[in-house]
Design a protein around this ligand. Structure first.
Ligand code: OTU
Length: 648
């Protein structure tokens, strides 16, 4: 929409650009197209400032410099992805998240592991935070002290660019974190603030006394109640209280200050020019703070992200943004933006709802809450997609709605308690092995730490040596992966899970890690153990082989590209989770059995979904045998059904 003031300012800015840029049609078109939106969002956040035109000029000049620094090759990638705007929706993308130093030491040694990922069928790598941070207080890389320098423990900027070039040569993608909500207290901005530099003190939330912090505390939750209770930390050097929503050494950035926004967008674009394809924007729900609220999911936080997106589109339109917002289902979809027809904020979001509901189904042996929760998920706009995952480097939080629990016939509070107890060894007879994460005595809240395999029962069953239980645990593991790989979105494996890695208890003896039990599921990979993936009959081989097969089938299923074509179906069996994946020409009917007993689906359902024909399981590549008109699934079995003779 025409915006007179924006038009006048843009005209000035364009005339001040270097001639070469003024003649660059792509940059000028994108800047001109996005500037009115950028201007109006800037007005909402910073309109009350008298230097708004100066700040906007600083922003546009930064965009110009960032674009000038973008290589021809990356600009070509931008253009091809602009034409194929659904590149991140493709059925051919499958990812793995890994800590370099626990998977293979460093960037240099990672090069030799790229083939291993290709062997499995992974073509998107999420390298856990690599930027410079303190040796000790670094929260696994989420306390950054330099956004432009790779931490020497992983290597150098040059070695990262070498890895990126190696990945791109194999048509693979790289995802990296941008820790946008906070910096380490060892970042130069924090150091300057401690020296009394007012400019940098304004980058954070500082208070001379406890009046405002105490008012904030009335409505702010605690993220790390055991290690860093509450949300403010006293700095002796400044005689100030600093807002620290996460660990006390992670200082929250103040996006009410446009300098912070411009600087952080600059950090993103600098790394984008290294060749990063997707940015995992960390803790985005917390970007804007407001008294009397939880300071999560606020409208201004979304505007900040829309400004990130508008600027990324201008300079590096081939780069996608992933929202890490582990919040309620209704709130998560808002991170795709306010439009119903297209995503104007983040391109991708973590499907934390599906993840938590899958674990609910494993604990309850039924899909009641899973079905209720997934059916009530709000729709997402076209062009957006999920990261679907079973486990990641973090804890499991039960972020789904009470309503889904209630509609499934359970009482929310006691059900949540059961799920946590089940996975943390506090429920008699549970097969799971995990730990409660950040128990909060004030409200009884706790999340769950533990590796996929240990939470699914493999650790206990291997200890007891009961072969039937080992088989059940392996089947649970494969079942969980099967849903994540066939559901709409990008499947993101977590390193070690491809070989059913168990909990790693060595963190308990490491003083730098023993106070954060998420390290139980951040193992150092033993490549000797990994080599068992080639030994038939081992859990490593069974899981690795199943995953390889699943990822191959996925990559050959065009109907699994995510065009909002994933419909939850009710086959009237509370133990089964069913959905269809449909395109113009093909349809797959997915059924997952969460019960440790056989479950049946009547043929009528198959006909309703797949019409009459020859039913085939794409996973086993075998025909489906019906028994007197019933399809029977074994305990923890899944099927990916297609009609072999009739395309729709
Ligand atoms: C994110 O955490 C990261 O994934 C964590 O590894 C970091 O510790 C944290 O931010 C601070 O950077 O939902 O949106 O429950 O799982 O805080 C923030 C603890 C997040 C983390 C949770 C998560």
């Amino acid at each position: 929409m025409y915006h007179p003031k924006a038009h006048i300012l843009l005209k000035e800015l364009l005339s001040d650009l270097p001639v070469k840029l003024r003649e660059d049609q792509d940059f000028i078109l994108r800047l001109t197209a996005n500037f009115p939106e950028l201007y109006s969002r800037f007005q909402v956040l910073y309109g009350q400032r008298d230097d708004i035109d100066f700040q906007l000029t600083t922003l546009v000049n930064m965009l110009a410099v960032s674009y000038e620094g973008r290589s021809e090759k990356l600009r070509e990638t931008d253009l091809s992805r602009t034409r194929d705007e659904g590149w991140h929706l493709s059925e051919k993308i499958a990812g793995m998240t890994l800590y370099l130093d626990r998977f293979c030491d460093n960037l240099k040694s990672f090069i030799s592991k790229i083939d291993y990922l290709c062997e499995l069928g992974v073509n998107l790598v999420h390298l856990m935070p690599l930027m410079k941070g303190p040796e000790e207080k670094n929260d696994g890389g989420y306390a950054v002290s330099d956004y432009q320098k790779i931490d020497p423990r992983y290597g150098t900027n040059a070695e990262l660019k070498n890895v990126i070039s190696g990945l791109h040569k194999k048509d693979m993608y790289l995802m990296m974190d941008l820790v946008v909500n906070h910096t380490s207290d060892q970042h130069k901005w924090a150091k300057e603030a401690r020296k009394g530099n007012k400019q940098y003190q304004d980058y954070y939330y500082l208070f001379e006394d406890r009046i405002v912090p105490d008012l904030f505390e009335r409505s702010l939750p605690e993220i790390f109640p055991e290690n860093s209770p509450e949300n403010f930390t006293y700095s002796k050097e400044m005689d100030r209280w600093v807002m620290t929503v996460f660990n006390d050494y992670q200082w929250d950035l103040n996006y009410a200050n446009p300098e912070v926004l411009i600087k952080m967008i600059r950090m993103l674009l600098t790394q984008a020019n290294w060749g990063v394809d997707i940015f995992r924007l960390d803790a985005v729900a917390f970007l804007w703070k407001q008294l009397g609220t939880s300071s999560q999911n606020l409208p201004e936080a979304h505007i900040v992200l829309q400004l990130f997106k508008l600027c990324t589109q201008i300079v590096a339109p081939g780069v996608a943004l992933l929202a890490e917002a582990i919040v309620s289902p209704d709130e998560i979809v808002k991170y795709f933006g306010g439009s119903k027809t297209h995503n104007d904020e983040c391109d991708i979001a973590y499907n934390a709802t599906l993840m938590a509901l899958l674990w609910d189904a494993i604990a309850t042996h039924n899909a009641k809450v899973l079905n209720e929760g997934m059916r009530s998920m709000p729709p997402k706009p076209a062009g957006s997609t999920w990261i679907n995952y079973v486990r990641c480097h973090d804890d499991i939080g039960l972020g789904y709605e009470d309503e889904a629990i209630h509609n499934a016939g359970y009482t929310p509070y006691s059900h949540r308690r059961f799920i946590v107890d089940f996975f943390t060894g506090q429920f008699e007879g549970s097969f799971a092995e995990g730990m409660p994460f950040m128990f909060n005595p004030k409200n009884g809240d706790a999340r769950i730490s533990g590796s996929l395999a240990s939470l699914a029962g493999l650790e206990v069953s291997l200890k007891t040596g009961v072969k039937a239980n080992v088989k059940k645990a392996v089947n649970r593991i494969i079942l969980l992966h099967s849903v994540v790989i066939s559901f709409g979105g990008i499947p993101m494996l977590y390193y070690g899970d491809e070989i059913a890695t168990l909990n790693d208890y060595t963190f308990l003896d490491d003083p730098k890690r023993s106070d954060d039990n998420r390290w139980i599921h951040r193992p150092r990979i033993d490549w000797e153990v990994n080599s068992k993936r080639k030994e038939r009959g081992t859990p490593q081989h069974t899981v690795f082989t199943a995953l390889k097969r699943m990822l191959k089938v996925r990559s050959e299923s065009p109907e699994w590209a995510d065009h909002n074509n994933c419909k939850i179906l009710d086959v009237e069996n509370e133990h089964l989770f069913c959905f269809e994946r449909k395109s113009q020409t093909d349809i797959t009917f997915v059924i997952a059995n969460f019960k440790d007993r056989p479950q049946r689906v009547h043929k009528d359902w198959l006909v309703a979904c797949l019409h009459v024909g020859v039913y085939w399981d794409k996973y086993t590549d075998k025909p489906i045998q019906l028994d007197e008109g019933w399809l029977t699934l074994d305990p923890y079995q899944f099927v990916w059904l297609v009609n072999k003779v009739k395309r729709i």
